[in-house]
Design a protein around this ligand. Structure first.
Ligand code: ADP
Ligand code: MG
Length: 223
């Protein structure tokens, strides 16, 4: 299970999680993309559909709702991943994501899919995503060139050092130069540029570094 998060809105969490999911799908994996930014749902826009009221928030809020299949949208064709969209915006997103039901749901999804990708809420102002981090195998942390505030970097470092935090991958999204990708396996630093043209390549780099680095490493960086 991979959680994609960032500091604030607009840095590219939904963009990166969609592309990462598409890259795994292209590798032949069974993938589901989960919309867990309950306050600011956007994945439906990428799918070109209207936002529906039924989704993750329905499942979490209603203890008696167990029909997961009614909530999962199947990928339109073989190259598209399945989705579990976030649903109606609830009054208590943070509390919903902390419920044991969220963990149970993820266990159910992990049984069915090779890769469970979570598009989550930003971390700085709300605690919604905090409960998801210890449940994740990997965290992909997105910052965006010409957009993210560099003063936030100590916050990211501090976060990474908290207990029960899985390995981190950093994506610096939206750089305009076109540089060749580099992987340094000694330091576990990958460099690729997530421009619209080669985002998939950048995502493939993140995946490759994660594969090559053992899970003890906290120094996975993809730029
Ligand atoms: N590398 C990129 N190239 C082009 N557009 C991008 C890129 N990253 C994000 N965007 C666009 O910027 C907007 C904000 O990105 P989004 O993924 O929705 O941010 P977040 O989910 O972090 O709030 C969206 O319209 C998205 O399509
Ligand atoms: Mg988003």
């Amino acid at each position: 299970m991979i959680t994609v998060t960032s500091t604030t809105k607009g840095e590219g969490k939904s963009f990166v999680s969609y592309n990462l999911a598409a890259s795994y799908k292209a590798l032949g994996k069974k993938v589901i993309l989960v919309g867990a930014d309950l306050r600011n749902p956007q994945l439906h826009t990428r799918m070109g559909i209207e936002r529906e009221n039924q989704g993750l928030s329905t499942y979490l809020a209603d203890e008696n709702f167990n029909d997961l299949d009614a909530l999962i949208k199947k990928g339109a064709d073989t190259v598209e991943m399945d989705y579990l969209l976030s649903g109606a915006i609830p009054p208590n997103p943070s509390e919903l994501l902390m419920r044991p039901r969220m963990k149970e749901l993820l266990e159910r999804l992990k049984e069915r899919y090779d890769i469970v990708l979570i598009d989550s809420a930003p971390l700085l102002l709300v605690s919604d995503t905090t409960a998801l981090l210890p449940l994740s195998d990997l965290v992909v942390y997105v910052s965006r060139a010409q957009y993210s505030d560099k003063n936030i970097f100590p916050f990211i470092k501090e976060l990474q050092n908290r207990p029960n935090i899985p390995p981190f991958g950093m994506v610096l999204n939206g750089l305009l130069q076109d540089l060749a990708p580099v992987i340094n396996t000694d330091t576990a630093i990958a460099t690729a540029i997530a421009t619209p043209i080669n985002t998939t390549m950048a995502m493939a780099m993140v995946m490759e570094v994660m594969r090559r680095t053992n899970n003890n490493s906290k120094k996975i960086i993809a730029i």
